[in-house]
Design a protein around this ligand. Structure first.
Ligand code: NAG
Ligand code: NAG
Ligand code: NAG
Ligand code: NAG
Length: 270
């Protein structure tokens, strides 16, 4: 299986990127193992499947437990269960109207008030993303708790692409307070909160609990930038062409050093 899906996901948002520079491999960052790469590919299928309206086609060996849809905030998510691998996967959908989420209203940094979050009073996050998460959070938490009551040994996983990746970030911050073994994989996530939020995520979901996967010179992770008061959290994994574990780099902790700021790469100069 190739990472065609990652390419398709990147294509969803390619219009926004408008970049021409071809990224070069970073110097010094280690590449990842084939098994971690397989994890990325497998979880990507859930992020991609969550784009389907109503009836997501479940990736192999998984079933759809429940579909969530808050019409007033236009937020969708799908809960999958893989009985072979014993995983419970909540996948947040991106949006076809990403521009709405890049509007000033949505981009305002607001206090991170969400279910489970009582230990970071100074954290601020992207308003549109937080509004989306809060509009489904009770239902998602309840459904996951109910599943894990029946399947206590299953591993909870949170994922999403683009806006869905940003929602997965704030959702995992909430959910890790309930499910300590949680793992998170975000794909093409834009900067989701301020530096305090980034530090908080790095503390509550330290490597290897959260993977922030980026792809070539996808513009979305670079869209909301640091001069607006935002910061990326760790831990970026940057995938270049030709796709494979030997071309996917585990970046240094912190903001996206690979795709934005590595000398000689110069994808976007914000
Ligand atoms: C399931 O696996 C088969 C064979 O490996 C593949 O052809 C099919 O596309 C897969 N289906 C999904 C939904 O991933
Ligand atoms: C699905 O389960 C079967 C049987 O356990 C296994 O051989 C196969 O590799 C699984 N497919 C995927 C895509 O995980
Ligand atoms: C946050 O978003 C909501 C809904 O879009 C909007 O009504 C509200 O004014 C925004 N808050 C700020 C502080 O911009
Ligand atoms: C949808 O979201 C809105 C705004 O957060 C909330 O007031 C409403 O209760 C939610 N609807 C459902 C069915 O949860």
């Amino acid at each position: 299986m190739t990472v065609r899906l990652l390419v398709q996901l990147a294509a969803v948002t390619a219009l926004l990127s408008g970049v021409v520079a071809v990224p070069k491999p970073p110097a010094g960052d280690p590449t990842i193992s084939p098994s971690l790469y397989d994890d990325f590919v497998r979880v990507t299928k859930y992020a991609a499947a969550s784009y389907a309206s109503q009836c997501a086609m479940p990736p192999n060996n998984s079933t759809v437990v429940r579909y969530f849809n808050n019409v007033s905030t236009d937020t969708q998510a799908t809960l999958f269960r893989d009985d072979t691998r014993r995983e419970l996967v909540i996948a947040f959908r991106g949006t076809s109207d990403l521009q709405d989420f890049l509007s000033d209203f949505a981009q305002t940094l607001v206090p991170f008030k969400a279910i489970g979050i009582d230990d970071c009073p100074d954290c601020k996050v992207h308003n549109g993303t937080l509004t989306a998460w809060n509009s489904v959070s009770n239902d998602v938490l309840w459904a996951m708790q109910a599943q894990l009551l029946y399947f206590p040994e299953y591993k909870p996983i949170v994922t999403g692409h683009s806006l869905g990746g940003a929602i997965a970030s704030v959702a995992s911050a909430s959910l890790v307070h309930f499910f300590t073994s949680l793992k998170t994989y975000t794909f093409g996530q834009f900067r989701t909160g301020d530096p305090t939020y980034a530090a908080y995520i790095d503390q509550i979901l330290p490597y290897p609990k959260l993977y922030r996967v980026t792809h070539l010179n996808d513009g979305i992770p670079q869209t909301i930038h640091r001069s607006s008061g935002y910061a990326h959290h760790s831990r970026e994994h940057w995938e270049l062409e030709p796709f494979g574990p030997s071309n996917t780099f585990k970046c240094s902790p912190g903001d996206d050093q690979a795709s934005n700021f590595r000398p000689g790469v110069a994808v976007h100069n914000f």
